[in-house]
Design a protein around this ligand. Structure first.
Ligand SMILES: C=CC1=C(C)c2cc3[nH]c(cc4nc(cc5[nH]c(cc1n2)c(C)c5CCC(=O)O)C(CCC(=O)O)=C4C)c(C)c3C=C
Ligand SMILES: [Fe+2]
Ligand SMILES: [Fe+2]
Length: 388
């Protein structure tokens, strides 16, 4: 085997408070994050949503020290992975490519094309696949590949998702056991898996395998843990007005409190690094909700970060990927369940899906017109005197 490269993909996070606005704009500009019927609406809406969210988001980043630790932790994971691979006899260059902030995926690709890599392993740092995470990064990579003949000559393979990897499951079970064993009655502790949510339509309409992979991963971690504890799976971090996967973490915590549960260990199951959604959302916001609901012993299992068994899992994934037939980006970006992304473009009479979609589109246009009118002070409502 010639020179091997490993491209670690992650979402990225603002390094400092001034980065929060542009980071949010990048995130909401992604059609895999906000799925709109019209592409031209994407950027104005991204600007609008990012501007509305920036203050709250900055307040949250302030509470965790003024920026995201994601870059630092991902780079540390990369260094540990390089060392572990070397111990296994596989020398490799590691590159970090973030989707919405530095080091951007494009920057990582520029570096690795300079380095004359013979084979590249593309490894998303998301154990479970979702259209909104690994899927979005794969689509971006597909586009970069189409544009660059040098990349087209590079041999590569993709690891689409890896939530069943035995050492990953072992690392998660270790981290949970360490927390449980610090409680006075370890067997009585309720294990609360908090997965990142996605809109329900991703799963039900677009065929995102995310929910199924999360459910299977929860089951496999519980099997690996092999303890008698009760457990719950819920979904956190909902953004916007549409329905996301349920139960929501906040509701499930209140429900457990009402049932008399006093000790819980929260397990962040979609993430492999500490970041705003573990350090702020779980440790501060959900802790407060749990304590108000009567759950007084609230603990959280740390994210795997650079846990040696977890790093070994990443190394095993790379070694196995090098031995197996190559998996292409076009295969990885494809949904497992082949479904149409949007209902028909043409009108159908009656209470059909098509009618619902067109109603939604018309409502969206009205909403955008209203925003533009509120921002510019000109428009139909001003003309007819409803707005001054
Ligand atoms: C609006 C829709 C969003 C979807 C869908 C979504 C899915 C999703 N995200 C992660 C992991 C991360 N998200 C992070 C930040 C982040 N995500 C959203 C929105 C959606 N995520 C926002 C608005 C933000 C910014 C933070 C905020 O304002 O709340 C991060 C980085 C966090 C950091 O430390 O900077 C990660 C990582 C997963 C795993 C996922 C679906 C499976
Ligand atoms: Fe997110
Ligand atoms: Fe989020």
């Amino acid at each position: 085997m010639g020179r091997v490269g490993v491209l670690l993909l992650n979402l990225g996070g603002p390094d400092k408070l001034e980065d929060v606005g542009p980071f949010l704009y990048n995130l909401f500009s992604d059609p895999e994050i906000i799925r709109l019927p019209f592409r031209w609406l994407q950027r104005p809406l991204a600007w609008f949503i990012a501007s509305r969210r920036v203050k709250t988001s900055q307040e949250n980043y302030k509470q965790i020290g003024g920026g995201s630790p994601l870059r630092r932790i991902t780079e540390a994971q990369g260094e540990a992975l390089k060392e572990q691979l070397s111990d296994l006899g596989q020398e490799a260059n590691i590159y970090v490519g973030m989707r919405y902030w530095h080091p951007y995926t494009e920057e990582a690709i520029a570096l690795l094309t300079q380095d004359d890599i013979d084979k590249l392993v593309i490894l998303p740092l998301y154990p479970q696949f979702s259209i909104s995470t690994s899927g979005s990064s794969f689509r971006l990579l597909e586009k970069l590949w189409q544009e660059d003949p040098k990349l087209q000559r590079l041999e590569y393979t993709v690891i689409p998702s890896w939530y069943k990897q035995p050492n990953y499951l072992r690392a998660m079970a270790d981290l949970i056991a360490q927390e449980i064993d610090q409680c006075p009655n370890p067997d009585e502790v309720h294990i609360f898996f908090s997965a990142h949510g996605v809109p329900k339509s991703y799963v039900e309409e677009a065929g995102d395998p995310y929910q199924q992979e999360i459910e299977e991963c929860t089951y496999l971690i519980m099997q690996t843990l092999n303890r008698p504890n009760a457990h719950t799976l819920a979904y956190q971090s909902r953004v916007g007005p549409v329905e996301w996967l349920q139960p929501y973490t906040e509701d499930a915590l209140k429900e457990l409190g009402a049932q008399g549960v006093k000790d819980i260990v929260v397990v962040p199951i979609s993430f492999v690094s500490e970041h705003i959604e573990t350090l702020q959302e779980i440790d501060i916001e959900y802790r407060e909700i749990a304590e108000e609901a009567g759950i007084h012993n609230f603990r959280r299992a740390p994210a795997p970060n650079t846990h040696p068994v977890f790093i070994r899992a990443l190394a095993d994934l790379v070694v196995e990927a090098l031995e197996q037939p190559n998996f292409k980006l076009s295969q990885a970006a494809q949904m497992k369940k082949r479904v149409k992304m949007y209902p028909p473009e043409s009108w159908e009479w009656g209470m059909t899906t098509s009618a619902e979609v067109w109603n939604g589109r018309i409502a969206m246009l009205g909403f955008i017109a209203l925003i533009i009118e509120l921002v510019t002070g000109h428009g139909l409502l001003h003309m007819i005197g409803l707005l001054q």
